[in-house]
Design a protein around this ligand. Structure first.
Ligand SMILES: Cc1cc2nc3c(=O)[nH]c(=O)nc-3n(C[C@H](O)[C@H](O)[C@H](O)COP(=O)(O)OP(=O)(O)OC[C@H]3O[C@@H](n4cnc5c(N)ncnc54)[C@H](O)[C@@H]3O)c2cc1C
Length: 494
């Protein structure tokens, strides 16, 4: 049971069985499973709690500022700079994500087993966990419905080229096609953690504390003694849990470990990213790409190369952001032709990683080292995307380089790919992983197969940071499957 003890020098003290730091994809699994097992659970979440009504009542721009860390553009410095997006809210990044749920392939899991030196997270184990997550979240196959003409065009183009495509798997119940997934579903259809795992955890007695940030883990000889936290009013609390589950996300988790003097040299040394290229395509006929849900077709023909192509949900704000670097007359003309435009995302698995460093009292610094091989893959990925879009009937493409003019043929695309430099790519990333990987210490690992940082007994990590690498697919399903397995191993052992 939780017990309040006498405050010491203005610091409140709280006892609990389990303390979970972060309420996103990983933390919510820990909260629910620990609470279901009868543990007294407290969840600390730095961000606010927002309701569906709250999301419905705000503009997308307001929601971006309120729900995302750094307004949605955390800079990953390097050539070029990459804008990284993650949320800070009860439910974590699942509140603003697309609700896509993919299962990691046996090939990826086998590669990770070979890389990490651990064999416990192969297909049968992870597959069974994924099935559990899919069942609880009510995963569906999102077929074409009303709208989504851009997806239909992409699917038909893929078929004409003999390329593999698929309808996405999503965790939505009665999606109303409001097309606002990335700023928080205004109808409550998307089964984010805030509408699924967390309310269930609360029914089992878990207590969620929004606006509370874990500052430091106090430990001694591999045992966590306390976690110090501060709320938005500056009030300090010292939690004294029997076990701690850190799920502060791929940046927050290594930052908290480093600040606490835990595996400082390895935590955050390597943050893996998926990169997104954004291409605007003009079609001769009306596409009306704002109509529909996020997207209903993903082209997976080049997934072995880490390349996926799909429409982005076109919104006036998103289109404005994609065109922001272009000349005013060009922007005016494009906005007036909006009904004929589609916006497409090409996701690429990056080989060169980013690194997280922390300087006392400063925000974390992220730098990436994109390799020549990444530049090559980006060019290849853009070429394949362009081929697909021309096959879909596009007459003009605006590549992800604001200084480049429209491309009207494959010859134009080849010339662009010939002259584009690494610095010219306009890149965003919304998938970060593997910053505290589950691997043997001699293989650069931070934690073991129970998510425990090496040398610790009552501390576990259970979010995107523990994945041994980037899966090449949207990662929520993989993160939650790993988190279920980590918590289950903990419960079996205690
Ligand atoms: C626009 C967008 C679309 C996406 N679409 C998809 C998709 O469709 N499918 C998919 O699989 N993935 C998608 N993703 C990625 C996916 O949502 C994330 O990979 C996943 O949520 C990461 O889970 P996590 O538990 O590691 O971290 P998060 O879900 O980010 O949760 C971490 C939480 O910890 C909190 N926190 C951090 N530090 C502290 C601290 N010190 N104290 C207290 N709390 C703290 C944060 O505020 C945050 O709420 C998308 C991401 C974005 C941005």
């Amino acid at each position: 049971m939780r017990a309040l003890t006498r405050p010491a020098r203005g610091v409140r003290e709280v006892d609990c069985d389990a303390l979970v730091v972060g309420s996103g994809a990983g933390g919510s699994v820990a909260a629910l499973e620990l609470a279901r097992a009868g543990r007294s659970v407290t969840v600390l979440e730095e961000g606010p709690r927002v309701s569906t009504a709250d999301l419905a009542g705000r503009s997308p721009a307001e929601s971006m500022r309120r729900l995302y860390r750094n307004g949605g553009a955390t800079a990953v410095l390097g050539t070029p700079a990459i804008a990284y997006g993650e949320a800070s809210v009860v439910g974590g990044t699942t509140v603003v994500n697309g609700g896509l749920l993919w299962e990691p392939s046996a090939t990826v899991l086998n590669r990770w087993a070979a890389l990490s030196g651990y064999g416990g997270y192969r297909e049968p184990v992870v597959g069974a966990r994924f099935a559990e997550v899919a069942r609880r979240l009510g995963m569906i196959v999102q077929e074409h419905g009303d709208g989504n003409e851009d997806s239909r065009l992409l699917a038909r183009a893929a078929e004409s080229l003999g390329w593999r495509w698929q309808h996405p798997q999503r965790v939505v119940r009665g999606c109303l096609h409001r097309n606002q997934c990335a700023t928080g579903c205004p109808s409550g259809a998307k089964q984010s953690m805030a509408l699924s795992y967390l309310p269930q955890a609360e029914l089992h007695g878990a207590r969620i504390s929004p606006g509370v940030r874990a500052e430091r883990i106090v430990h001694d000889r591999g045992v966590v003694r306390a976690v110090e936290a501060t709320d938005t009013e500056g009030r300090r609390t010292r939690y004294r849990p029997r076990s701690v589950f850190v799920a502060a996300g791929p940046i927050g988790t290594p930052v908290l470990l480093r600040r606490s003097g835990i595996h400082r040299r390895v935590a955050g040394r390597r943050l893996e990213l998926h990169l997104n290229l954004r291409t605007v395509a003009r079609f001769p006929r009306v596409v009306d790409a704002v109509r529909g849900t996020m997207f209903t077709a993903q082209v997976q023909e080049h997934s072995a190369l880490g390349i996926l192509v799909m429409p982005s949900n076109l919104t006036p704000g998103g289109l404005g952001a994609a065109l922001a670097g272009r000349a005013p007359h060009e922007v005016d003309e494009l906005l007036s032709a909006r009904a004929h435009l589609g916006m497409f995302t090409t996701q690429v698995r990056m080989q060169g990683a980013a690194r997280i460093t922390t300087l006392a009292g400063r925000a974390p610094l992220l730098r990436h080292g994109m390799t020549p091989a990444d530049h090559h893959t980006l060019r290849l990925a853009f070429r394949r995307t362009a081929r697909l879009l021309f096959a879909a009937g596009a007459v003009e493409l605006l590549p992800p380089t604001s200084s480049a003019g429209p491309l009207r043929s494959e010859a134009d695309v080849a010339a662009y790919c010939e002259r584009v430099r690494s610095a010219d790519w306009e890149l965003v990333s919304v998938h970060g992983m593997a910053s505290c990987p589950m691997a043997l210490p001699e293989r650069g690992g931070v934690c073991d197969e129970t998510g425990r940082p090496h040398g610790f007994s009552n501390l576990h990590l259970c979010d995107a940071s523990v994945l041994p690498g980037a899966p090449g697919i949207s990662p929520q399903g993989t993160i939650m499957s790993f988190a279920h397995e980590i918590v289950s191993r903990h419960l079996e052992a205690t």
